[in-house]
Every structure is written in C-alpha cells, then in structure tokens.
Design a protein around this ligand. Structure first.
Ligand SMILES: [Zn+2]
Length: 100
C-alpha cells in the first residue's frame, strides 16, 4: 500500500557564479549550467579538515581554465619535459554531447 503525503521540498532553481555573481540559468530560463572547483583536504595536507566549493559560470570557468593553463606553462616551461599547449586541457574524453 502506498501512503501518500504532500511534502514541501527545497529545490535548487538557480546557481549564481561565485566570481561574477551572474545567474547560470539565465534567471530560470534553463537549468543551471556551471562548472565547479571543489576540494576536501584530509590527513597529510596542510589544510586538513577544510573543504572548498566554488560554482563558476561558463565564462568564468573558461577564464579559470585559461589561468590554470598559464600556471601550468610557468611550472613546466623550464622543466625537463617542457611545456606543450594542450587544447584539451582538463577535458574529459568521451564525454562530448552528441549532436542529433
Ligand atoms: Zn561568472
């Protein structure tokens, strides 16, 4: 037997970018589209017990990605392996949306 009760639940209707504060859903016109920078530091790290979570709009996400690539270039440019720009830096392979 199903027992049915009406419940009020909180749902996420929008996610605002933590950098520029813009809506990532065009103010509810579509589902929120955002990237995340997330960390949970544990034993052995100097930030043990700390957690971080940032939500980034599409524009700020790709700016952050560009900044990280630039940091990588700085880290590797004088190393033995050197630096080669990677146009797919951070991209998850096989996760592209198929166009129908
Ligand atoms: Zn933003």
């Amino acid at each position: 037997m199903k027992v049915i009760t009406r419940k009020e639940v909180d749902v996420v209707t929008d996610v605002c970018c933590d950098i520029c504060d813009e809506s990532t859903s065009k103010h509810g016109r579509h589902s929120p589209q955002f990237g995340m920078l997330q960390a949970q530091w544990g034993y052995g790290s100097s930030h043990d017990g700390e957690a971080f979570e940032l939500h980034l709009c599409e524009s700020c996400f790709f700016q952050a990605l560009t900044n990280l690539q630039e940091q990588r270039r700085g880290e590797l440019m004088f190393s033995e392996q050197g630096f080669e720009p990677d146009p797919d830096f951070g991209r998850v392979q096989g996760h592209s949306q198929e166009l129908i």
